[in-house]
Design a binder for this molecule. Structure first.
Ligand code: ATP
Ligand code: MG
Length: 601
């Protein structure tokens, strides 16, 4: 056996295995090169998701014919600062590229045509087909560079086989362009797919504008600005309200020193910041920009450069978690403000009530999951409670509607009534507010408990008559074992024979509720808990279970005073805009929305 050096074209093809995984990764390299060349406008064309053609045109510095030849050679780059050549400090690199291998790698697995022109000279073109130069000559192009990649992986059947549909390759490419465009609001981008313009953003927008243009206007309306610094690390950007969540994590845009990254440490930190505000299967929407001194971060972890390694991961994680938490705390009672578009649509298409109402009017002829017929008991309640009655009609001049004076003071408005014994209807200065009373109360209980636990424990309200709750023996064992911890939550109980517990006090903040139900559910909850975990670590679960038995359950009739008390408490409680599972606790239909529903606008 003899050892031989690999020929250059084979070395490139091996490198291509890592750098060019799919069309989107080739596209990423080409756009990064255009950004590094100080382009102010980058135009991209794709055919069949990039599997047939990827073309990137920029108005950047361009290359001389001699540089073009070098650019296609392996380990040739113009991006090394002199300091790096002297002491090898890769940290000093400020460009997106630095390895000098993207172009030769791509050229080794596709047909690549490179056209370039520096200002004041003629343009030149070089065509390389799967690693072999097949042509060169003058090219008539404006200053800048155009790279065209065709027939990617056509000679690499093993790779070609793994390409997914043009549609999913396109989706991946669009994602790449969005992320790079988000990092550089000063550059104009356009993307055309199969002859159709799919994205255009003009240069010199502000960062929030660029983020909004590339994600969704909703993020700006339902997001909170983040801007903080700790030990030289700067974190900026926009964090979506927890209620503005998504089913997939694809809507998290993370950048380190202007480079889009998909990094486990960072996504984990975002997840940590939103823990307890979101259900496990929901994901926050964020665009976060981290500026880290070069010597604290290593981007040379993988050839695709989408992962980074931090010298002080704990510091970075802590900064993100505490920074986002603080921003979210400041959001207070805010909640996603756009009522779900589909729900609004449904509302809009509501048929006008037929002239002869039948008792089943609300229950039949509508899709599942919609409004349920109110029980006769509800009517009885309405009839008994004068405070729910509609205010007497008043004659007033058309546009001269004045909100009642109190509404101005309260963002969540003044309670006007209750619907289905589940939703509070309130009138705010700027619209109609609907509150899910149970979800809201559950959140308030969690936040009250969190505060109380931080201050040494939840106060217990002694029962006038201790109550005996009968349960099976294992359930009693579990409650007994956790009695001391439960006392911290304000639940004061003792063993009372083999199959019963004696409850002496309940958490004061719950109000008088159903003691048997509460203790039974807590016992069930304990069965599901990992015994190693303290109840404090499961605070959100305990609070949710307790809140279910608090005074503001769904299905309970509330007095106007109770409703207003709930609204006022929501206004001053952090995170009260979302329930413990990230769903909104309240929505607002602005006056403008109402007018639209009635076709008045
Ligand atoms: N669009 C462009 N405009 C001007 N010069 C370019 C352009 N694309 C590539 N180059 C030149 O070609 C060189 C090689 O590009 P290539 O992408 O292969 O390597 P790199 O960008 O230096 O490093 P990396 O492999 O990390 O991307 C670059 O250093 C740059 O000088
Ligand atoms: Mg490059």
């Amino acid at each position: 056996m003899s050892i031989r050096r690999l020929p250059e074209h084979l070395v490139n093809r091996i490198a291509a295995g890592e750098v060019v995984e799919r069309p989107a990764s080739a596209l990423k390299e080409l756009v990064e090169n255009a950004i590094d060349a100080d382009a102010s406008r980058i135009s991209i064309r794709l055919v069949a998701g990039g599997t047939d053609l990827i073309e990137v045109t920029d108005d950047g510095s361009g290359m001389t014919p001699a540089d073009m030849a070098l650019a296609l050679e392996r380990h040739a780059t113009s991006k090394l600062p002199d300091s790096l050549l002297i002491d090898g400090a890769i940290e000093a690199v400020a460009t997106l590229g630095f390895r000098g291998e993207a172009l030769p790698s791509i050229a080794s697995v596709a047909r690549l045509s490179l056209e370039s022109r520096v200002p004041g000279a003629e343009g030149w073109s070089r065509i390389v087909d799967n690693g072999a130069l097949v042509g060169e000559g003058p090219a008539a192009i404006p200053p800048g560079t155009r790279v065209r990649v065709e027939a990617l992986f056509e000679r690499v059947p093993a790779r070609r086989k793994f390409l997914r549909s043009a549609r999913s390759e396109y989706a991946a490419s669009l994602d790449v362009v969005k992320r790079l465009a988000m990092a550089r609001p000063d550059i104009a981008f356009s993307l055309e797919h199969d002859g159709r313009r799919v994205l255009t953003v003009a240069a010199s927008e502000t960062l929030p504008d660029r983020v909004a243009a590339l994600t969704d206007r909703g993020l700006i309306e339902n997001g909170i600005g983040v801007d903080l610094e700790r030990e030289g690390i700067v974190l900026g950007g926009i964090a979506g309200l927890p209620t503005f969540n998504r089913g997939i994590a694809d809507h998290q845009y993370l950048f380190v020193n202007g480079r889009p990254v998909k990094d486990r440490l960072l996504t984990g930190a975002v997840r940590g910041a939103y823990a307890e505000l979101l259900a496990r299967d929901r994901h926050a929407v964020v665009a976060l920009f981290l500026q880290v001194p070069g010597d604290l971060v290593d981007v040379n972890v993988h050839p695709a450069k989408t992962e980074v390694r931090f010298r002080e991961p704990a510091l970075v994680r802590g900064l993100i978690v505490s920074g986002l938490r603080r921003a979210l705390d400041e959001a207070g009672h805010r909640s996603a403000q756009r009522p779900d578009a589909a729900a609004l649509e449904l509302w809009k298409s509501e048929p006008i009530a037929p002239p002869t109402p039948s008792p089943h009017l609300w229950g039949e002829g509508r899709g599942a999951g919609q409004y349920e017929a109110p029980s006769p008991a509800l009517h009885a309640v309405y009839d008994r409670r004068p405070s729910f009655a509609a205010p007497p009609p008043q004659a007033r001049a058309e546009p001269a509607y004045q909100p009642p004076p109190q509404t101005e003071r309260y963002p969540l408005g003044v309670a006007r009534g209750q619907v289905a014994r589940t939703y509070i209807v309130a009138e705010a200065e700027d619209g109609l507010v609907l509150v899910d009373q149970h979800a809201a109360h559950e959140r308030l209980v969690l936040e009250r408990m969190r505060k109380a636990m931080a201050g040494g424990g939840v106060a217990s309200q002694a029962l006038l008559l201790a109550e005996v709750v009968e349960l099976d023996e294992p359930a009693c064992d579990r409650l007994e074992a956790r009695a001391a911890e439960l006392a911290e939550f304000g639940l004061d109980l003792d063993r009372f024979g083999p199959r019963a517990m004696l409850v002496r006090g309940v958490p004061a903040l719950l109000g008088q509720g159903d003691v048997v139900g509460l203790v039974t559910d807590i016992a069930d909850e304990l069965a599901a808990f990992d015994e190693a975990l303290s109840l404090k670590e499961r605070l959100d679960h305990v609070a949710a279970t307790m809140a279910c038995h608090g005074s503001v359950r769904a299905g309970r009739v509330l007095s106007v005073a109770e409703m207003n008390a709930l609204l006022r408490e929501m206004e001053v409680t952090p995170h009260s805009g979302q329930c413990n599972h990230g769903r909104p606790t309240w929505i607002k239909l602005a006056h403008g929305d109402i007018e639209k529903l009635f076709g008045r606008k």
